[in-house]
Ligand binder design. Structure first.
Ligand code: DOR
Ligand code: ZN
Length: 347
């Protein structure tokens, strides 16, 4: 008998849609399966003001395929000159759902991020007052800190002190990659702190990047860690703990930009994420927890209703996805989980 699984339509709580030709190419890959996505603001130049967010939202809506039922949830990029009044108005009009904190220099297009937290305290206090969540890229940028330790050090030296300074601020630690991240978030009171977990960090560990030749398509930030950290992420995702939810961090870069002497960080996983996740949860004997992770916990954290539409997956012969999607800027390689995908999203 065919196994099927029907979920509320999932959402992606951390997504890079880019702009222009790349936006037009990748947006259908997300809108096919997902009802909403938190859209990252790290464009060049970044989405900093309410006016920037309105314009970007309009470009996203204009790029949606005919008939798509997809709502972009906009974010602002926090800078040391962000105006609390502009941000407050953007939140209160419903334009934005969150604000994104990039420590300056942490990742792609993060140069305008925060260096001195004293300079953003007024904004963070405004956010706490109006209950607007802060999404955090949780890595320190100190060149002396080993790249594999940057998340754990960030928790101790930046995140925890920041949360003590603004205890009412609700924070999402984005794309956690370590058991340190899981442990920290698990220890916080419900509702104040959440964490997104990507598809690829549930599947790869650092050996996938470095063993048997360097594999740039598995390189992202935060970089994948040891297998035991990957296993801690899977345990968190399948635990049913509502603090953990899906944020794919699907981050397209063209192949020439990935396969370079200084390749870009990012894994593009929008197209096959639901098949990958079903495989991971099935292997863990936890298919019943997939709906919570991908469709319920995120809306609950953000104070939104789950989607009313559903998505059905069926189990059968391996489903094949194109290895690349084509864009006017060049091909973008799709995440390869390294195992067959038996769960197909029914059309
Ligand atoms: O791998 C990543 N790619 N990590 C990030 O934080 C940014 C993203 C991007 O924008 O390409
Ligand atoms: Zn990201």
């Amino acid at each position: 008998m065919t196994r099927t699984l029907t979920l509320r339509r999932p959402d992606d709580w951390h997504l890079h849609l880019r702009d222009g030709a790349m936006l037009r190419a990748v947006l259908p890959e997300t809108s096919r399966h997902f009802g909403r996505a938190i859209v990252m603001p790290n464009l060049v130049p970044p989405v900093v003001t309410a006016a920037d967010a309105v314009a970007y939202r309009d470009r996203i809506l204009a790029a949606l395929p005919e008939g798509a039922e997809f709502t972009p949830l906009m974010t602002l990029y926090l800078t040391e000159t962000t105006d609390p009044a502009d941000l407050r108005a953007a939140a209160q009009s419903g334009l934005i759902t969150a604000v994104k904190l990039y420590p300056a220099g942490a990742t792609t297009n993060s140069a305008s991020g925060v260096r001195d937290f004293d300079k953003v305290m007024a904004v963070l206090e405004t956010m706490a007052e109006i209950d607007l969540p802060l999404c955090v890229h949780g890595e320190v940028t100190d060149p002396a800190i080993d790249i594999f330790d940057r998340e754990a050090v960030f928790i101790d030296t930046v995140l925890d002190p920041l949360r003590r300074r603004v205890p009412d601020l609700r924070v999402v630690m984005e794309h956690i990659t370590t058991s340190d991240g899981v442990d920290y978030v698990s220890a916080q009171p419900d509702g104040k702190m959440g964490a997104t977990i990507t598809t690829h960090h549930l599947i790869i560990d650092r050996n996938h990047i470095l063993v048997g030749g360097i594999k740039p398509h598995y390189y992202c930030l935060p970089v994948a860690k040891r297998a035991r950290h990957r296993d801690a992420l899977v345990a968190a995702a399948i635990s049913g703990d509502a603090r953990f939810f899906l944020g794919t961090d699907s981050a397209p870069h063209t192949d020439p930009n990935k396969l370079s002497v200084c390749g870009c960080a990012g894994v593009f996983s929008a197209s096959n994420t639901m098949s990958c996740l079903a495989e991971v949860f099935d292997r863990a004997g936890a298919l019943d927890k997939l709906e919570g992770f991908s469709s319920l916990n995120g809306p609950a954290f953000y104070g939104l209703a789950p989607n009313t539409a559903t998505l059905t997956l069926t189990h059968g012969d391996p489903v094949s996805y194109p290895a690349h999607i084509q864009t006017e800027d060049g091909p973008v390689t799709l995440f390869d989980p390294g195992f067959p995908l038996h769960w197909r999203v029914a059309s």
